[in-house]
Write a protein that binds this ligand. Structure first.
Ligand SMILES: [Zn+2]
Ligand SMILES: [Zn+2]
Length: 312
């Protein structure tokens, strides 16, 4: 066995064959670079075995962003239609903090988030994923109220009503002062926002694990599913970020790992991908790209676990 392969977990033989499958088609994708434009990323999705994808619509570490041109928007829509790729998920820039105690950062964040929404609407994206933010210097309740108000201000007056567009609140790794480290906190923010904006949830397997939920043992899995049901609710989860974790459960360390090669392992992903309650959801890997082909490798692992290796 070549070096380096020993540690790689194995799929069952039925999960690596394209022979037959009774599983419904799952929406499975990966975060892709937009170096070749958004339409280029959409075109790349099927090349890595994906039928959905996530992108950044601007540099995730810069405040400045350019508008989406009409040509870019139509090329993106055309590529999606031709290849049957969707939903299109956009992840908000990491600089945005919608509950910063600094009014300067908060105002900049609201403006930047408004730009994110404008670009998402221009591109026809279904989902815009955002982390609720860090409320350092305030109470959690103040942070929650500020995040809700910021999102409400950011979307005010924008034409989302006739579109499938939703803002997805992502659960976080649970670091100190970070809002959204529990399903309750995600649900609370969604409830605050529902009358004012189209909102739903994105749950991340790595964040769920390192924030302390047990998704690895079978009993823990059942308990965690029960927690999701009575907080955000299954229907509200539109996207699952599928990432294995380098760190232990409860460590609050957000370090993503290739599917099946971290502390979560293959079994929880198999359960997740085969859970009928999430058949409406998109499953998107945000796994590391350490070597060429890593995006495809993780997508194919997820598809194997879902039992949907057949070409879609
Ligand atoms: Zn995220
Ligand atoms: Zn994530």
């Amino acid at each position: 066995m070549p070096k380096g392969e020993a540690a790689r977990p194995k799929l069952k033989s039925s999960e690596t064959s394209t022979a037959s499958s009774n599983q419904p088609r799952r929406l499975i994708g990966v975060h892709l670079s937009t170096t070749g434009g958004v339409a280029g990323a959409v075109r790349r999705a099927p090349e890595v075995g994906a039928n959905t994808l996530q992108i950044f619509s601007s540099s995730p570490r810069m405040w400045r962003a350019s508008k989406v041109t009409a040509d870019q928007a139509s090329a993106t829509r055309a590529a999606r239609e031709e290849l049957g790729v969707g939903p299109l998920v956009i992840h908000t820039s990491y600089l945005v903090n919608l509950c910063s105690q600094s009014s300067e950062v908060c105002e900049k964040s609201v403006l930047a988030f408004r730009g994110e929404i404008e670009r998402a609407l221009a591109l026809g994206a279904e989902y815009l994923v955002v982390h609720p933010g860090s409320y350092r210097g305030m109470t959690r309740k103040q942070g929650l109220e500020l995040a809700a108000k910021s999102i409400q201000n950011a979307i005010a007056g924008l034409p989302w009503q006739q579109t499938p567009f939703h803002i997805l609140i992502e659960n976080t790794a649970g670091a100190e002062f970070s809002l959204g480290g529990s399903f309750e906190q995600v649900a609370e923010l969604i409830e605050h926002l529902r009358p004012h904006a189209p909102v739903a949830a994105c749950l991340d397997t790595c964040h769920t694990h390192v924030s302390g939920y047990d998704i690895v043992s079978e009993a823990g899995w059942a308990e965690t599913m029960a927690q999701i049901e009575k907080t955000v609710g299954f229907e509200t989860v539109r996207v699952w970020h599928c990432n294995d974790a380098k760190a232990e459960r409860g460590s609050k360390l957000d370090r993503h790992q290739h599917i099946g090669e971290g502390k979560i392992g293959l079994d929880p992903f198999r359960r997740l991908l085969r859970e009928p309650k999430f058949s409406h959801a998109a499953f998107i890997a945000e796994t590391p790209v350490d070597a060429p082909g890593d995006e495809e490798r993780n997508v194919l692992t997820l598809r194997g676990l879902a039992g949907s290796l057949l070409p879609h």
